[in-house]
Write a protein that binds this ligand. Structure first.
Ligand SMILES: [Fe+2]
Length: 380
């Protein structure tokens, strides 16, 4: 997609998806010593480094600030010689397009031979149940075409290439050094675990679900820790969470478990800063209980300033007025308020509601809550 189209897409998608909790990109930063990440609006580009070699996974939008954000991570675009492409959508190959800054013009790109048929124009990329055609992507980079199951060795880095069709016909995921799986747009993380990626953007949703089933079996058989890193919704090393709803689709219209970690507008990058990118590690996505599964969320607030039972009642009343809760209890002697709710609560809003009463929240802890029966309370 041209730079101009990318800008237009940013503006329209920001309006459409605001408050919907569909896109939950990681900010720019590091997951651990091997994996770094740049945020481009709602999309993430990843960098895997080992022994002084860095390979890139996907190439994001046709986006002006990529070099600047790579600088935050001390990654030199000219040092990138290999780029693995999960699929050719415009938010995954933008930095390779002919009218981009061409930061990586010397790099070889790797993609599946099936996916390459979009680039040659043999197949057109369609979304919204085949109703809408996306523009042809044009790139001059040298290409290496991959087959399902192929194993590459690039400067001491092992890359296993697994075909996962559905979102696009030739979508590939890459397992690097037997540990890091880059999944592009195959898995979408909800607050209650992973789903097949956004239904309206798939070529074939049933095929996508079959691909996920196969992928789960493949990974479980390895019996080792695998870090699963998605293109738009963060990462997790908990395979139960990753595949929790792999037979279901993320539908923009479906009712979802509220996700307190989702940004209101994924296109608003004001919290993606150099300081944070260099100081903090990017946390894993945590699974919250599904509503209706009997699970409640227990939120414990540490609060300073409560002196007596009047203070407790004051805080309880304010919390009840601002949130839908099952139960709220406060203790001035413990300096805490415990809230049970069917869905997780917005932490920023909690802080401001309590702040408005004249007390301040110093800590918030959130955990699943299972109601215990009489025997369990006695013995467990
Ligand atoms: Fe994408």
């Amino acid at each position: 997609m041209s730079r101009k189209d990318s800008e237009n897409q940013r503006r329209s998608m920001s309006r459409i998806y605001r408050g919907k909790e569909i896109f939950k990109p990681l900010n720019t930063g590091r997951i651990d010593e091997h994996v770094a990440c740049v945020r481009e609006w709602v999309a993430n580009i990843f960098f895997y480094s080992k022994n002084g070699v860095t390979i890139m996974i996907d190439a994001g939008y046709n986006y002006r600030r990529l070099k600047e954000k790579m600088d935050w991570l001390n990654i030199d675009p000219a040092a990138i010689k290999h780029i693995l492409i999960t699929h050719q959508d415009t938010d995954h190959v933008g930095a390779l397009e002919q009218d981009s800054d061409l930061l990586f013009k010397e790099a070889t790109i790797y993609l599946s031979e099936i996916e390459n048929r979009y680039l040659t124009g043999e197949v057109r990329r369609k979304v919204i149940h085949g109703l809408y055609k996306l523009p042809l992507v044009k790139t001059d980079n040298r290409r290496e075409l991959l087959k399902d199951g192929q194993i590459l060795e690039i400067e001491g880095i092992k890359i296993e290439c697994l075909l996962v069709p559905g979102h696009t016909w030739g979508h590939m995921v890459y397992l690097i050094d037997d540990t890091y799986l880059f999944t592009g747009d195959t898995i979408w993380f909800g607050a209650d675990g992973g789903y097949s990626f956004i239904s309206t953007l798939a070529e074939d949703n049933r095929l996508a679900i079959r691909s996920l089933e196969k992928l789960e079996a493949n990974l479980l058989a390895r019996k080792k820790r695998i870090v699963v890193i998605t293109g738009h919704t963060g990462w997790s090393d908990d395979l139960t969470m990753v595949f929790a709803h792999r037979d279901k689709l993320c539908s923009p219209l479906m009712k979802r478990v509220p996700d307190p970690s989702a940004p209101y507008d994924g296109y608003d990058e004001s919290d993606d800063t150099k300081e944070k990118a260099q100081m903090l590690l990017l946390p894993a996505k945590k699974m919250l209980p599904s509503p209706g599964a009997g699970g409640l969320t227990k939120t414990t607030l540490k609060i300073s300033g409560m002196m007596c039972s009047m203070c407790e009642a004051h805080i309880n009343d304010h919390v009840r007025a601002a949130f839908k809760v099952k139960k709220v209890t406060s203790s001035h002697s413990k300096g805490e308020t415990v809230i049970l709710s069917e869905t997780p609560l917005d932490k920023e809003k909690l802080k401001s509601v309590v702040g408005d009463t004249g007390y301040s929240v110093t800590e918030i802890k959130e955990e699943p809550y299972e109601k215990k029966g009489f025997l369990a309370r006695l013995f467990g």
